[in-house]
Design a protein around this ligand. Sequence first.
Ligand SMILES: [Zn+2]
Ligand SMILES: [Zn+2]
Length: 451
Amino acid sequence: MAASQAAYAAEKYIGHDDNAATTQDVSSFPDAGEGDRMNALVWMGKNRVEIAQVPKPKIVEDRDVILKVTGTTVCGSDLHLLHGSILQMSKGDILGHEFCGVAEVVGRQVHNVTVGKRYVASFQIACGDCFYCKKQQSSQCEKTNANSMVNAMYGGRTAGIFGYSHLTGGFAGGQAEYVRVPFGDVNLLELPDDVPDEKGLYLSDVLATSYHCVKDTVVAKGDSVAIFGAGPVGHMAGIFALGEGARKIIFVDTEPRLSYIRDNFPQHLVSNVELVDFKKLSSGITNAETVVSQLKKLCDDRGPDVALECAAGEYAKGWIHWLEMAAGAETDTSEIVNEMIESVHSYGRCGITGVYVGYTNHFNIGSLMQRGIRLIGNGQAPVHMHWKHLLSAIQSKDLDPLQMVSHRVRLEDLDKVYYMFDNKEDNMQKVFVETKFSAPAAPGCPPLTRY
Ligand SMILES: [Zn+2]
Ligand SMILES: [Zn+2]
């Protein structure tokens, strides 16, 4: 049995805690036959996803909303599920934590959501009134994830997440034609008429995540900022860092992503951007040029003020970490985090936003201590803290999410898109996934590609 399934079996044996205020592990619904089915993207095992016909979701609790999905996407963190590096998956789980749509059914206790109106969902499921939710730190909600392994592993709870394994509550995701949104009164934000799905969708995760990592790591006026990972989150973190007054952004990644940034970053900001291709550099302790030496050179021979991790811990660069991860001796590599710590100037700041799951080896705690580096885990972004502000920035045209969107695809092709996205084929940066309920493409969106 794969590790991800074994961990779920273990969790079932240990049992859930009773803290959650919403029903857990609702990853499938009773089947009422032909007319009651929908298309959805389901996880079928390590490196295997499929489009399947599954029963439509139903109202389980009075604060649920059933959303008819009109836009969804694949996230870099969905690839961790595809690869089986996130624990506790079970066959048939519907994936997808970023989606928007039209309210189809509204539970009896939801008074601020109207059938027929458009909403974007937060990727995390918040209860709205626990200790953390009251502070808008909704990703740490104490009431939506009863999984006891999370509490044991991390020393505290995190919120439930749509379509993101039984480690985060086992909620069915939104890469589907319909989805159940628990606490629909808290986890849906209405999209006004001047914000089409293609722009509003990304409030569910990417925009909130990239904005949060910049704010949480405290990027300030005049800073130079190294961004590790030039995917959609890194791209938008660059935009937000410049918005905070940063003077220079350096993206560390490789092709085709660096070219995507060069070609799609707003023209008037390109002069503030440098690109570093890590594949052309050495790593570790060496006299050859490394990412660290390159970043020092680009920032007064001292290093950037801030480094932001917008990649993830599952991609080993060298064979030592590859082996240790394969052998289960660690879950995440420390290579990028070490490069961040070593590259920033003394007393510099490093924020981690890319997904890290468990434990890591060979962490450069010496550099961290001796040089006074501030290492900040940004947490899964608390969407509710930022989404209203970001929505107004889209409305005022200060923020254009479409710059990171490279493709428009159909839900029916999404299984193929997963593998292409994983291999970064066809310069795929961020996709907008339409369903049969979507409106025609809004102006400025990429045209539909079929696979
Ligand atoms: Zn995401
Ligand atoms: Zn809560």
